[in-house]
Ligand binder design. Structure first.
Ligand SMILES: Cc1cc2nc3c(=O)[nH]c(=O)nc-3n(C[C@H](O)[C@H](O)[C@H](O)COP(=O)(O)O)c2cc1C
Length: 357
């Protein structure tokens, strides 16, 4: 049974509400879930000025001193409200305390899903998740996107306003925070929790004995299953030895990420890992490819991303474009000789979709 932590920040409760639906989905798929929130960093005075109702009571506060608690989990569902299309300072403050985990690889190989809230339609439903990728990439975590597969009807529903995207569930709070998550948005959040857990169950199947995915001898804090009170969230801080030999399942996914991740993730154990199936490969491919696109090698990253995604469904061998990001000059040069561009120019009078096929 995968252990999943839902970690959020929520000023007005929208993210907290989606998080509870995500938790229901995790449980429906047979996962174990604990609810956490990062610490508030704003003063009471400012929060009062912002008319913030106070942090939700059913989410245990994880302070920067508690970050090692994360090593006791297989995966995370992160809930983040938009701040100018990016994450709030409270979120960054928490992650800025994870340098020790970064150095020891304490979160390496773990899985991440994400859901968001914004006031408006252009407020960050997609760009916010993208803006968080650097944190996950540096920690070596695998982003598991929602995609469309399980929520196609909801995501393609243009009859009503709704948040969410293939990056994950989402809701609109409206500019004054008055809108609450709709049934459609809650359904998507539930489904995300469920399918995220199913992905982890699948990964665990190939990673017997590596439930927590802890590598490099990192120490981990665990939750005492006997403690926890009503919410099961009490952190006991018991130390456990790191599991040796992180599983083949994680290696398989890592191999996929290595294939498309612009050569940035040469996954250990990839050779021994069985080939990732199409679903997993697509997931990691999307993640790593998008991660590549966030590098400073903008043009090259994007090129690598599309090439890498294609390669991921067929072979684990990175293409030259994916494995070696070009410099800006090189990217410009590559553009001149890009056959796809020639095709595009030839077909410039058509709708444009076929030029990228
Ligand atoms: C400082 C600040 C900046 C914000 N920036 C944006 C923004 O750029 N776009 C947007 O749509 N909403 C923005 N919002 C609205 C929040 O995203 C919204 O209140 C939040 O998603 C509600 O979620 P919560 O109830 O879980 O806090 C901003 C809110 C604050 C306080």
């Amino acid at each position: 049974m995968p252990k999943i932590a839902i970690l959020i920040y929520s000023t007005y409760g929208h993210i907290a509400e989606l998080a509870r639906k995500e938790a229901e989905g995790v449980k429906a798929a047979g996962g174990q879930v604990d609810l956490y929130q990062v610490e508030e960093t704003l003063s009471e005075e400012i929060l009062k000025y912002m008319k913030a109702p106070g942090q939700p009571h059913d989410f245990k506060v994880l302070t920067p001193a508690d970050v090692e608690v994360l090593t006791g989990y297989d995966g995370f569902l992160f809930g983040i409200p938009s701040r100018f299309g990016s994450f709030p300072a409270q979120w960054k403050t928490f992650w800025d305390a994870t340098g020790g985990l970064w150095a020891t690889g304490g979160l390496h190989g773990k899985y991440v899903g994400q859901f968001v809230s914004s006031g408006t339609q252009g407020g960050g439903q997609e760009v916010l998740p993208r803006n968080t990728l650097s944190i996950y990439v540096h920690h070596g975590m695998n982003y598991v996107p929602l995609g469309y597969k399980d929520t196609f009807a909801e995501q393609t529903n243009l009859e009503e306003v709704h948040g969410g995207s293939p990056w994950g569930a989402g809701t609109f709070a409206d500019s004054d925070g008055s809108r609450t998550p709709s049934p459609l948005e809650e359904k998507v959040a539930f489904t995300q929790g469920k399918v995220f857990t199913e992905v982890l169950i699948k990964a665990e199947g190939g990673a017997a004995g590596a439930t927590n995915g802890v590598q490099n001898g990192a120490q981990q804090k665990t939750l005492d299953p006997k403690a926890g009170g009503a919410t099961g969230n009490d952190v006991t801080g018991g130390e456990a030895a790191a599991a040796a030999g992180v599983g083949a399942g994680a290696g398989a996914v890592g191999a996929g990420a290595g294939a498309v991740g612009a050569g940035a993730a040469p996954a250990a154990g990839a050779g021994a890992a069985p080939p990732a199936d199409a679903a997993t490969a697509t997931n990691t491919g999307t993640t790593a490819a998008t991660g590549a696109a966030t590098t400073e090698k903008g043009a090259a990253g994007t090129a690598g991303a599309s090439t890498g995604a294609a390669a991921n469904t067929t072979t684990a061998k990175p293409t030259a474009a994916a494995s070696k990001p070009a410099t800006t000059e090189k990217a410009a040069g590559a553009k001149k000789t890009n056959p796809a561009k020639d095709v595009k120019e030839e077909k410039s009078k058509c709708c444009g979709i076929c030029t990228i096929m």
